[in-house]
Design a protein around this ligand. Structure first.
Ligand SMILES: [Zn+2]
Length: 418
């Protein structure tokens, strides 16, 4: 890591984005935290992004393995998600995932070590036989929504947002996040002191029922992660763009609004597939969308396929099948994704991306109704804040962790065969 500082590489060891905005998340003493991440300490004061995920290694049986990973953000973006640089902190055996607060049993030893890491200790390295003093802190959690909720003790994302004060509306027992007339009232960062206080209160509840009531009222339960004094349960819980934008919003618009609403039918999907087949793209831009007209449409599309579809194919092959409002919805979403996925980000571009996502939400509500504003449509409004804290989406999205699942899954299956 030190080489990246000394060689003055183009990408700085301490990302530009790891500046004031991120540091605010570390607690009351901002000056102390700015002093924590300095060029002089670039290879001894570590910032970690952690991820919790689960996967099913076997095709023939239901068996879930849960994993907790970490990446070191001092490494350049091009390096930090390589499999040999990803730290596997825990492999939690199945057959079922630990539910909600049960995860604390597994978090406890990890958080204990992170408490020690924050205080610091000496590690013998190749260059320092007598040891170097290393400190480290979690500066982000990037997972899908259920895992983030579990890791930080939040109530279901169908009930309330964990970053702002937006509460779900319930119509016919279905939740939605529509209603933008009072946007400025609820799109406000939640008070982290209150979240912590309520999490501690949950821990003191004596009965299962009182705990349930407490969560319903205050939307948070205890997580061992709150033992990290510097941890900010709002700013450090990023909204993962892979799950939110591509597996969430992109899929929702195409499958629920347009295919579900008969705007795109089988005939149109077949035409779209033919058009897609004529578009040539460089192989490094991702996998071509090959199953647009298979099954109900977009069969088995992965996050990467949705990303490629939205960024490259959606407008040229879908445009003439859409009315003016849907054209705007698509154009706003594509523009926001293009800004957010670029390698360099300017603040004014982030502001444009945010405006496009808000307008997209409003148009969907206007045309399809409030009940179509799903949790991901709301959460995507927070991605620009995350990009302001952490930089371009590739700095914190889950694609690297997903690849790691694939690698570990192969190892487990091979092991079982032997
Ligand atoms: Zn929110």
């Amino acid at each position: 890591m030190r080489c990246h500082v000394e060689n003055g590489q183009k990408e700085r060891m301490i990302p530009k984005q790891c500046s004031i905005s991120t540091m605010e998340g570390f607690g009351k003493d901002l000056r102390m935290m700015i002093a924590f991440f300095t060029k002089e300490h670039a290879d001894t004061h570590l910032g970690l992004i952690i991820n919790m995920d689960w996967f099913q290694p076997f095709d023939s049986s239901l068996y879930s393995i849960e994993l907790i990973y970490a990446v070191i953000c001092n490494l350049p973006r091009t390096e930090r998600y390589k499999s040999h640089n990803i730290l596997t902190l825990a492999v939690i055996p199945g057959p079922k995932e630990p539910k909600l607060h049960e995860i604390n049993n597994y978090l406890y030893p990890i958080i204990n070590q992170l408490v020690h890491l924050w205080s610091g200790y000496y590690i013998v390295t190749h260059e320092n036989k007598s040891g170097r003093f290393i400190r480290g802190a979690i500066i982000g959690c990037s997972s899908d929504v259920p895992a983030t909720r579990k890791l930080c003790g939040f109530i279901s994302a169908r009930v309330a947002c964990y970053r702002c004060y937006k509460l779900a509306n319930f119509v016919n027992n279905q939740s939605n996040f529509g209603g933008f007339s009072d946007f400025s009232d609820w799109f406000v960062e939640r008070d982290i002191d209150i979240i912590r206080e309520k999490a501690y209160e949950w821990k003191k509840c004596q009965t299962e029922e009182s705990r349930k009531n407490h969560v319903s009222q205050h939307h948070v339960r205890w997580s061992e992660i709150y033992n990290l004094d510097y941890f900010n349960p709002v700013r450090h819980c990023v909204v993962d763009p892979m799950h939110c934008l591509f597996l969430g919003v992109a899929k929702w618009i195409i499958m629920k609004l347009w295919i579900g609403g008969s705007i795109l039918d089988d005939t149109k999907l077949k035409i779209m597939q033919k058009r897609a087949d004529t578009i040539k793209i460089p192989s490094d831009l991702g996998r071509r969308p090959a199953r647009i007209a298979t099954g109900d449409g977009f069969s088995n599309f992965t996050a990467d396929m949705w990303k490629t579809f939205i960024m490259i194919f959606a407008i040229p092959i879908t445009w003439d099948f859409l009315d003016e409002v849907d054209k705007k919805i698509l154009a706003y979403f594509v523009r926001a994704c293009k800004i957010l996925t670029s390698r360099e980000l300017q603040k004014r571009e982030l502001s444009e991306a945010f405006t496009k996502l808000v307008n997209m939400n409003k148009l969907i509500e206007q045309k399809y109704g409030q009940e179509k504003i799903c949790p991901n449509l709301h959460l995507c409004l927070h991605i620009c804040e995350c990009a302001l804290d952490y930089g371009p989406l590739s700095s914190f999205w889950c694609f690297g962790f997903e690849r790691m699942n694939g690698i570990l899954g192969t190892l487990i299956i091979n092991f079982s065969v032997k």
